[in-house]
Design a protein around this ligand. Structure first.
Ligand SMILES: [Mg+2]
Length: 255
């Protein structure tokens, strides 16, 4: 029996450079027609789910917010599972709804400090505020430990450097909730409805370690596409062995 569900990385896997990868729209349409559920996984924390949905729709993908699991939503699930309500979240204001039903505290005691990509607005005052909460006992939650991403013009810092700075200064170790954490992929499988075992779910991505390795550690199949950030030398150097390598998601359309 073939895969019972698919999870897809977004940038570099389903779309690239402002449009869908050739064949990607047809693939998603066919999976929908066959009744195979799909989830769309992103570590992007500079934008809320609603904007990821809007972007995908502008490329022609038929998707709903509920099918998108981003690292910010994964952070919300992590907090919810632990009953943590009072947080200081360093994410763009428009992303705060993705964290779910938490109480955002500008001051006073908080149970967790959540670090995401502030979309270029980090300041020393933000770091100092996070540092103060952590030294007062708050947990450190990293939406990702990603170092940088490409905004189409240049490489820009993601939140990993700020997480590292706070770990270094406080001696605390961050709980990472986005890719490649197993919890992220487990949350994706859980969102499928519960009766589909992880081994029957395929994660398709262009990052050998974060997408393929992370998914495999959570028990999913990891399929690597040779689009986006695919780099043969990096694949050869990685200890991760993809369950399958395909030129692009377009090849899955004729599978
Ligand atoms: Mg990617």
């Amino acid at each position: 029996m073939g895969p019972r569900a698919f999870c897809f990385d977004l940038d570099g896997t389903l779309y690239q450079g402002g449009s869908a990868i050739p064949g990607a729209l047809e693939l998603i349409a066919r999976l929908r027609a066959d009744g195979i559920p799909c989830r769309f996984l992103s570590n992007t924390t500079s934008r809320p789910r609603a904007r990821i949905t809007a972007r995908m729709r502008s490329y022609g993908f038929n998707v709903d917010d509920d099918e998108i699991l981003n690292a910010t939503r994964a952070g919300g699930l992590w907090l919810d599972a632990r009953g943590i309500r009072r947080v200081a979240a360093f994410v763009p204001d428009e992303s705060k709804p993705d964290l779910g039903n938490v109480e955002h505290r500008g001051s006073g005691p908080v149970e967790a400090v959540v670090i995401g990509d502030m979309a270029g607005t980090w300041t020393d005052a933000h770091l100092q505020e996070a540092f103060g909460h952590l030294m007062a006992g708050a947990e450190l939650v990293a939406l990702s430990r990603d170092r940088f991403w490409h905004d189409g013009t240049r490489l820009v810092m993601d939140c990993g450097g700020y997480v590292a700075a706070l770990e270094h200064t406080t001696g605390k170790r961050a709980h990472v909730v986005g890719k490649p954490s197993a919890a992220f992929f487990e949350a994706a499988v859980t969102s499928l409805g519960g009766d589909i075992p992880a081994a029957d779910v395929v994660m398709v991505g262009d990052d050998i370690d974060s997408d393929v390795g992370g998914a495999q550690r959570a028990g999913l199949q990891g399929w690597l596409v040779q689009t986006g950030k695919y780099d043969a030398a990096r694949v050869a150097a990685s200890e991760v062995r993809p369950d399958r390598v395909i030129a692009s998601v377009g090849d899955l359309e004729s599978m």
